[in-house]
Design a protein around this ligand. Sequence first.
Ligand SMILES: *[C@@H]1O[C@H](CO)[C@@H](O)[C@H](O)[C@H]1NC(C)=O
Ligand SMILES: *[C@@H]1O[C@H](CO)[C@@H](O)[C@H](O)[C@H]1NC(C)=O
Ligand SMILES: CC(=O)N[C@H]1CO[C@H](CO)[C@@H](O)[C@@H]1O
Ligand code: SF4
Length: 346
Amino acid sequence: MSVCTCFLLSLLSPGLELLIIGTSIFCQPYVGLNKDFKSMLSEHAEFKALTLKDIIKASDGTRKILFTLDDGLVIETVIIPCDRGRNTVCVSSQVGCAMNCQFCYTGRMGLTRHLTAAEIVEQAVYARRLFSSEVGSISNVVFMGMGEPFHNIESVIQAADIMVHDQGLHFSPRKVTVSTSGLVPQLKRFLRESNCALAVSLNATTDEVRNWVMPINRKYNLSLLLQTLREELRSKHNYKVLFEYVMLAGVNDSLEDARRLIDLVQGIPCKVNLISFNPHCGSQFKPTSEEKIIEFRNILAEAGCIVFLRPSRGDDQMAACGQLGKPGQVQAPLLRVPAKFQSALT
Ligand SMILES: *[C@@H]1O[C@H](CO)[C@@H](O)[C@H](O)[C@H]1NC(C)=O
Ligand SMILES: *[C@@H]1O[C@H](CO)[C@@H](O)[C@H](O)[C@H]1NC(C)=O
Ligand SMILES: CC(=O)N[C@H]1CO[C@H](CO)[C@@H](O)[C@@H]1O
Ligand code: SF4
């Protein structure tokens, strides 16, 4: 099969007759899609796997798009505009999520089903179409919407391939980031099969805390996770993993945590993103103060870590990554709060 047929077939979803015709007419082996045909497709081809349901705009410009799937389920895609033309689309990979991270709204919904590669790719296609006139072009894709991408690894690798393929969406692999809570075997596979960027949510510096806030840690603990990264990254050139660390007041934001974090990531080519927590209804956590985040950042920076602060965006419409889902749905039970942290929560 020619590459371009592969691409089109993998995008195939009910209603894409136009693309099938395109495949047979224009896709001779070694010949890419005709330019006019491509622009005709981008204006007129219909993607029926997703039906636009609603667009909610937050005051900071973040937009949450709700899509209805063929089976009536609803997923969410977030567009985060940034100055300097760096607009990011945050795509979902599952309806709900099975990981039950304690700070996460989606996690509380439980998992309903995996998305297909087509359903994932179309979120980015749609985002591009809907917003290129309003916010400028979409330059980055992050798999940080609903779901644990590596729990749905087959479709996610396929979708990421299409996003970077020159016959697909043609993003730079460095600008397509798959984010995981730390499924170790799948993470290994991803690093070997894909060239896209990887983000790992650390969110804690001890197994005690991580076992609680991210229960997946009970299966794949911190030392296993970090050792795997240390080993796998040796064979990747110019590749840095991004560690996400959400600052939770009184839970993981002490200066000892900063020092422990430095030790943990020793020997792993990486960047660290410190994220201020987005309080939402139903959450027991509180955000760390800005001064404390800066102090934490400075400790990492002085030790030579590449570290960024990321403010949360889209709060007012519940459109920030990590808190997608329908308020009021049935929720997974929260885990028991370890005694030493009870005073940190309200
Ligand atoms: C931690 O991990 C999740 C999921 O991988 C990420 O989306 C989230 O922002 C992080 N939050 C916290 C508090 O750990
Ligand atoms: C982490 O997990 C590995 C593999 O399951 C195990 O051998 C190791 O003892 C664990 N480490 C800690 C600190 O629990
Ligand atoms: C690992 C751990 O226990 N971390 C700390 C997180 O931050 C709070 C205070 O800011 C400490 O009390 C915790 O011990
Ligand atoms: S933070 Fe990510 S992995 Fe964790 S429950 Fe939420 S969606 Fe799932």
